[in-house]
Design a protein around this ligand. Sequence first.
Ligand SMILES: NC(=O)c1ccc[n+]([C@@H]2O[C@H](COP(=O)([O-])OP(=O)(O)OC[C@H]3O[C@@H](n4cnc5c(N)ncnc54)[C@H](O)[C@@H]3O)[C@@H](O)[C@H]2O)c1
Length: 278
Amino acid sequence: MATSASFQKIGVVGYGHLGQYLVERILKDGAALGLTLAFVWNRNFDKLKGLVPDELILGDLSSFAERRCDVIVEVCHPQIVKEFGLHFLSKSHLMVGSPSALSDPALNQKLRQVAQQYGRTLYVPSGALWGGQDIQRLNDSGALKALFIRMSKHPSCFRLTGDVLSDWTEEEGRRVLFRGSVAELCPLAPNNVNTMAAAAVAAGTLGFTGVQGEIVSDTALSEYHVVEVEVTGPGGFSVHTVRRNPAKLGAVTGSATYNSFWNSLLVCKGHGGRVYLC
Ligand SMILES: NC(=O)c1ccc[n+]([C@@H]2O[C@H](COP(=O)([O-])OP(=O)(O)OC[C@H]3O[C@@H](n4cnc5c(N)ncnc54)[C@H](O)[C@@H]3O)[C@@H](O)[C@H]2O)c1
């Protein structure tokens, strides 16, 4: 077991499904793994009362630096990455649960600059992405030619900014909602395309404008989300993976993604001033 001085202090920003899961796991399993909670923040303060020890509740997010964290985990909304990401990263390593925020090229560049300037790591959890490290390796060797990701879910699992899905019926079957670059898809479905955003980070040479994606509504998918990844390399090389991610009706986040986030958090020990897929 780690000594208290060597404990890694974690701040959790957001207390929705993922935030609650991570807080519970840190409180339950953290001590044995050398992790401890520094604070938990949620937009709605009342949601934390009685569930998180009072001394760990952060009332005002602007005062996060007083809690001296090693890692801040954002599991909230891309807007919070936009508003606080640079401040967080100037003080701690940051794991962004909402990497669709990085589709904004100006924010993406500034976060990279601040990471480098302060020697902090911007961690992007692989979430529901299968093979992210392989994509990154192909990318880093200059051999990645194209990347396409299709995410198919039951219509109740989508949170779209427009009203394209307001008229769905249980009998309608499959409907392609959008197809285009991940840069175009992120503002349309910021809560549904984080897996694509993680892929666009892994495929840095193609980036958010080069990686292509498609989101599909399918009423047959009442028990799982499907994530398909098609990777193209040189000389006829290709990989096609299909991941079935069990998910409850209406859930934005697949069940296996919770454990995936926990495993990602365990990797966040500091990897220098850069972006790191974990
Ligand atoms: N990287 C991935 O693979 C992946 C997978 C699942 C979810 N996510 C993302 O992680 C984040 C959390 O997911 P979740 O399943 O816990 O969602 P959730 O909806 O259960 O919880 C989100 C929490 O953030 C709060 N919130 C929402 N908008 C906010 C805003 N603008 N400002 C402040 N607080 C706000 C909500 O009140 C809620 O407490 C979301 O952005 C989601 O898109 C990423």
